[in-house]
Design a protein around this ligand. Structure first.
Ligand code: NAI
Length: 325
């Protein structure tokens, strides 16, 4: 039988962790033929809760689950890791300045990047979910110089899936009828969900919708502010949908996809400064992503992409000033 793949989940005792671990252990992350060994990284006060989750994982008797370990030591958690899901992060609390937020997250993602650099398997793939996801990925990556830069990605798949769902509802079609959806830029309120490149029934989704005001004043803000709307309704932030998006992201990266959205290191494509971790339309082939090339970008889209990428550049400059990269 196939060797077990080591999957490390940080923030494993949090709400996304709880929605994610059971799906990984059941085979939905890597497929039904791949056994997994889970490593749960938490901070000391949450280790006991992580043990409780591990007890429930045991109680599921998942045939593919080859073992679980729980630790507060990043070096141990990332030793031999094949898939690293960096979910645990420092949330912005009331009155917190951006600099404080970036600094607190630097204190998490710098040592984790170092530990990945020191111990990860040669084929390691990293997905950063914890916010600010793009910039946290940039920090981790900059402390892992021996790991190819393309192995560090950040999650915009939840935004992508939200966009699909909004358009499908608007058009009264199934999500499966919509292709080529793209989220550009930062996983933040400035992100740009692009209906001009998306397709439905052989034309652009923007054309199919045929309602510029809806696209501009309803669709874009609904997708960009969906996280806040979930908090308002549920009294807690998106967890199951975020876990689902993390599963989709890694599954497609490993198994292939014609077109999806991932935040990946820019090579300068579409005017995004080289080195920023920005969301792009990507294709995944043979376990590797590639930025889809050759798309013509209209003026409306150009402005929005530039605005979100500008925010990413500001975040990069801020973490550089703080000495975090
Ligand atoms: P949560 O607060 O329920 O869980 C976070 C967990 O991380 C806690 O158990 C905490 O103890 C742990 N943690 C903190 N520092 C750690 C460290 N240094 N090492 C290991 N674990 C650590 O939060 P939740 O709801 O699970 O969300 C996690 C993150 O995901 C947040 O930053 C959230 O903003 C982000 N998120 C990102 C989304 C995206 O689309 N990219 C969507 C939804 C959430």
């Amino acid at each position: 039988s196939k060797a077990a793949v080591k999957v490390t989940v940080t923030g494993a005792a949090g709400q996304i962790g709880y929605a994610l671990l059971f799906r990984i252990a059941s085979g939905q992350l890597l497929g039904p033929d791949t056994p997994v060994r889970l490593s749960l990284l938490e901070i000391p006060p949450a280790l006991k809760a992580a043990e409780g989750t591990a007890m429930e994982l045991d109680d599921c008797a998942f045939p593919l689950l080859a073992g679980i370990d729980i630790t507060d030591d990043a070096k141990h958690a990332f030793d031999g890791v094949n898939v690293a899901l960096l979910v645990g992060a420092r949330p912005r609390t009331k009155g917190m300045e951006r600099g404080d937020l970036l600094e607190a997250n630097g204190g998490i993602f710098k040592p984790q990047g170092e530990a990945i650099n020191a111990g990860a398997a040669d084929d390691v793939r990293v997905l950063v979910v914890g916010n600010p996801a793009n910039t946290n990925a940039l920090i981790a990556r900059s402390h892992a110089p021996d790991v190819p830069a393309e192995r560090f990605t950040a999650m915009t798949r939840l935004d992508h899936n939200r966009a699909l769902s909004q358009v499908a509802t608007k058009l009264g079609v199934s999500v499966s009828e919509i292709s080529r959806m793209t989220i550009w830029g930062n996983h933040s309120a400035t992100q740009y969900p692009d209906l001009f490149r998306a397709q439905v029934g052989g034309r652009s989704a923007a054309e199919a919708v045929g309602d510029d005001a809806w696209l501009r004043d309803t669709f874009i803000p609904t997708v960009a502010k969906r996280g806040a709307a979930i908090i308002e309704a549920r009294g807690a932030s998106s967890a199951a949908s975020a876990a689902n998006a993390a599963i989709d992201h890694v599954y497609d990266w490993v198994h292939g996809s014609d077109w999806t959205s991932m935040a990946v290191v820019s090579d300068g494509s579409y005017g995004v400064p080289e080195g920023l971790i920005s969301s792009f339309p990507v294709r995944c082939v043979d376990g590797q992503w590639q930025i889809i090339q050759g798309l013509e970008i209209d003026e409306f889209s150009r402005e929005r992409i530039d605005a979100s990428v500008g925010e990413l550049a500001e975040e990069r400059d801020a973490v550089r000033e703080l000495g975090l990269i």
